[in-house]
Ligand binder design. Structure first.
Ligand code: F6P
Length: 456
């Protein structure tokens, strides 16, 4: 009871006793219950609360799952601290973080080249690639925020794209070009900052295979000892739909030539995949994962967004010897060769060597499809299609060969359409495409029997 109420009561009693008037008696009878109820706090709260707030309290009380946890603080229930803190800061920890010393890529590489001093010259290139991949991951993740598909016609770049003859009205082509350009610049800069690496970008005249088709911004980088080919953003056309994409790279030893010009450099990079000293890819997906080999085991590092470092998550990665998934673009099936068709038919019917029916999984982003194949096993394929794609759709030098190199070192295999090892195939042109098949060793062995005519 507040001081004001108490004074009224004293005053009423006083006047009633000393003046003895009926009027004061009745006032006393009416006011005393009021004063008692205000003491237990019901009436005062009813009077002071606004109707809205009272209603809100009722809703919260009726839906316990929506109410914030009980708190001793008197602050507003809308304050962040009143909500379940796990919602904002999940407590899940990676097995690495418990040790306080995750193996970061930087740390891993410095130890690796200490153990293999002959690979020391690759360290800088790989560190530059990892730096670039972090930035590209950011660009890809923010693609939908920066330019929306529907409203992509107001800035300079998009206007440029709109004016191009093969711009697609859904904005896909535009975003693909923009991300290709940005990631090429990011990679170029990262490699340039090593202070030892230089770059050339093969000109469009090289790209005569399928005129009018979008052409990736492949990069040829070289230093004194190495020459590398890099595909900055494979599958960039998927970025608008938040589907995964990836960076692919392969590094060869560079022949010592007197003269360095475009011609000698192109010649130097046109080597069979088997000659690579290092190869790998970075997948931009629900996680950013960098997988590579320096010619021995395969290692996978996942970008930890909390510390912005690639952390070792797949130590000595190996592909299962068998899988139960095949991955290819079925839309090309009318033009496929008979041997591939026969092989697939048996997989679908469960009449292959395992007598198990295989499932189809196809992202349409090579890095994503290869990463899944590497982890779960199975077959990835881009065969020729005599109707539309006589050489498939994947460039040998900077897409299928580096991924075949990784596959090989993870215990898998890669072949061309004659069943020959893809790593033995020497590209004649930078952008040359080749049919390819990559996957688990036993699946590849089974497929080879079809491709070489031993089984049909
Ligand atoms: O080369 C770009 C690419 O998107 C690859 O990542 C992918 O494997 C392939 O093309 C998909 O081609 P298609 O759309 O013909 O299935």
């Amino acid at each position: 009871m507040c001081l004001g109420n108490r004074s009224i009561a004293i005053w009423l009693v006083f006047t009633m006793v000393f003046q003895n008037k009926q009027y004061y008696y009745w006032c006393f009878v009416a006011v005393v219950p009021l004063l008692i109820s205000s003491h237990i706090g019901v009436v005062t709260s009813f009077v002071t609360e606004t109707p809205t707030f009272a209603a809100t309290r009722k809703v919260v009380a009726l839906s316990p799952s929506l109410s914030p946890p009980p708190t001793t603080s008197t602050s507003s229930s809308l304050e962040l601290s009143n909500y379940d803190s796990e919602y904002y800061t999940p407590t899940e920890q990676s097995p690495q973080s418990g040790t306080q010393s995750p193996i970061t890529l930087t740390r891993f590489l410095s130890q690796y080249v200490k153990d293999h001093p002959e690979l020391k010259d690759l360290e800088n290139i790989l560190l530059a690639v990892q730096m670039a991949c972090k930035t590209i991951a950011n660009l890809v993740n923010r693609a939908g925020l920066v330019y929306s598909i529907q409203h992509s016609t107001t800035d300079d770049i998009s206007q440029g794209a709109v004016n191009e003859p093969d711009y697609k009205s859904d904005g896909r082509y535009y975003s693909m070009k923009r991300l290709d350009k940005l990631s090429t610049t990011v990679l170029k800069n990262a490699l340039k900052f090593t202070g030892t690496v230089q770059m050339i970008v093969p000109e469009a005249k090289e790209i005569a295979e399928q005129p009018g088709q979008h052409q990736p911004g492949v990069l040829i980088a070289y230093d004194q000892d190495n020459i590398a080919c890099l595909d900055p953003l494979d599958g960039s056309g998927n970025a608008d739909a938040s589907i995964c994409s990836g960076t692919v790279f392969g590094v060869f030893e560079k022949a010592k030539t007197e003269e360095i010009n475009e011609e000698t450099l192109f010649e130097a990079v046109l080597q069979p995949g088997r000659n690579m000293r290092a190869a790998g890819y970075c997948l931009y997906s629900s996680a950013t994962v960098l997988v590579f080999t320096l010619g021995a085991s395969v290692y996978g590092f996942t970008l930890d967004p909390q510390i912005q470092e690639f952390v070792l998550t797949h130590d000595r990665l190996t592909i299962p010897a068998r899988g139960n998934v095949y991955s290819c673009n079925e839309a090309n099936s009318e033009g496929w060769g008979d041997s591939w068709k026969a092989y697939l038919k048996n997989l679908k019917l469960g009449q292959g060597e395992t007598q198990q029916r295989y499932a189809l999984r196809y992202v349409g982003s090579m890095v994503g499809d290869i990463h899944r194949t590497l982890l779960y096993g199975g077959v990835f394929a881009y065969p020729s299609s005599k109707l539309h794609k006589p050489q498939g759709n994947l460039q040998l030098l900077y897409k299928s060969a580096p991924l075949a190199f990784v596959m090989h070192h993870a215990g898998g295999k890669a072949m061309d359409e004659s069943g020959d090892d893809l790593l033995n195939k020497r590209p004649e042109r930078i952008h040359q495409k080749s049919p390819c098949f990559l996957g688990s060793s036993e699946d590849m062995d089974e497929l080879k029997k079809y491709l070489t005519g031993l089984q049909n």
